[in-house]
Design a protein around this ligand. Structure first.
Ligand code: GDP
Ligand code: MG
Length: 377
């Protein structure tokens, strides 16, 4: 039986996380490119049929956050708030997960079901980044699927997981801001819930957090409410408490709390494997620093450098001696008075020549030493 209701999926993610690649892999040729109404931000959307369902996919602008300050962020956020997609798929760059999770937390707070694509799985593996996606998914309450968007790998599983998450009414776990801030959020949430239409239109928790973060758009949206004055008072109480206890602006504290939450989740679920290149370096290190092998090796290297310096230096030194010998002969054959000749030969030619003949040796020695330095020895 064909389900005629259209399932709308919004694709979100940081710029260059691979959103468009995943979008193309999902929709194939069935998509069109236009603009979001009233702005010149590109909007890609496509419709496909999958497992007998009609699925509509919208590629949101790439953003790092969901504040109301940058145009791309406003467009992405307004689309989610106003159009209410059925589910959000957040495309994350697995090689830079900590930074990418910041947007995921904000999407989670919007109150819609969320699924994450751990994209760039190939590059992460190459860099030795091991992500325990089952654990990370459990911690954040967001189903996660590793993908390689550019090759379409994992995209089918991503779509299956997205549909299953929507069907199962699975909602993400809300990040926790600590008991005291949570109490302020709760007070605001309760006030926001007094207007039922408003509470249906916007997630009260999200709105409460945005008010605490001094988000201008959120503050505009509550202006028309019957209890707007009470909400304003409660918001100011939250600001006052946070500033008093943390000594920083509420928006900074909220963001720091998010990063703390992410850091906790990531430190459990992500490990960095030592790469082959590193272990080769380590093997060399272990050899040259070995207690018995290392010391003789050190003396050998120093001896080799001196040997090399003098062996190579012999040639330029000989050329210089030849040059100064010739100069001496020229002066001796000249008709200059004996005193001047003596001054030129013994004073200048021998003096300068003696010093200059060391220069090639020093150049070679320094070259060897700096080479040794560059190898890290
Ligand atoms: P968007 O800015 O999020 O839409 O990112 P794009 O889809 O345009 O991808 C940015 C770049 O990353 C492109 O060059 C893609 O070919 C490449 N890319 C996308 N997904 C992957 C992936 O999983 N692995 C690798 N190695 N490259 C990818
Ligand atoms: Mg794109």
């Amino acid at each position: 039986m064909q389900d005629t209701k259209v399932l709308t999926i919004a694709l979100a993610g940081n710029p260059n996380a691979g959103k468009t690649s995943i979008f193309n892999a999902l929709t194939g040729a069935h998509h069109k490119v236009g603009n979001y109404p009233g702005v010149t931000v590109e909007k890609r959307e496509g419709s496909i049929e999958f497992q007998g369902r009609n699925i509509h996919i919208v590629d949101l602008p790439g953003t790092y956050s969901l504040t109301a300050y940058a145009l791309d962020e406003v467009v992405a956020r307004d689309f989610v708030l106003n159009e209410k997609p059925d589910i959000i798929v957040d495309v994350l760059d697995s090689t830079n997960l900590e930074r990418n999770l910041y947007l995921l937390l904000q999407l989670i707070e919007l109150g819609l079901p969320v699924v994450a694509a751990l994209n760039m799985a190939d590059e992460a593996a190459e860099k030795g980044i091991i992500i325990n996606h089952t654990l990370l998914s459990k911690t954040l309450g967001v189903p996660m699927v590793p993908t390689v968007g550019s090759r379409g790998e994992g995209v089918r599983e991503l779509l299956e997981t997205t549909i299953a998450t929507f069907d199962g009414h699975t909602l993400p776990r809300m990040p926790n801001y600590g008991a005291d801030i949570e109490a302020h959020i709760k007070t605001l949430e309760d006030l926001l819930k007094e207007d039922q239409a408003f509470a249906t239109a916007y997630s009260p928790r999200w709105m409460a957090i945005k008010l605490i973060e001094k988000d201008p758009d959120a503050h505009r949206r509550i202006e028309g409410l019957g209890n707007a004055a009470d909400i304003q008072t409660a918001t100011e109480a939250a600001w006052h408490w946070i500033t008093l206890h943390y000594g920083k602006d509420p928006e900074i504290i909220m963001s720091e709390q998010r990063y703390g939450y992410i850091h906790g989740a990531v430190s459990e679920a992500i490990h960095r494997k030592r790469l082959r290149g590193i272990s080769l370096t380590e093997r060399i290190d272990r050899f040259v620093m070995h207690p018995f092998v290392g010391t003789p090796l050190f003396f050998f290297i120093i001896w080799a450098i001196f040997k090399l310096t003098f062996a190579l230096g012999e040639y330029p030194v000989a050329w210089l001696e030849q040059l100064f010998g010739n100069l001496e002969a020229v002066v001796q054959r000249s008709t200059l008075p004996a005193v001047i000749q003596d001054l030129l030969i013994n004073g200048i030619i021998h003096g300068v020549g003696g010093v200059l003949s060391f220069v090639p040796l020093i150049v070679i020695l320094f070259f060897c030493i700096s080479f040794l330095e560059d190898t890290g020895y």
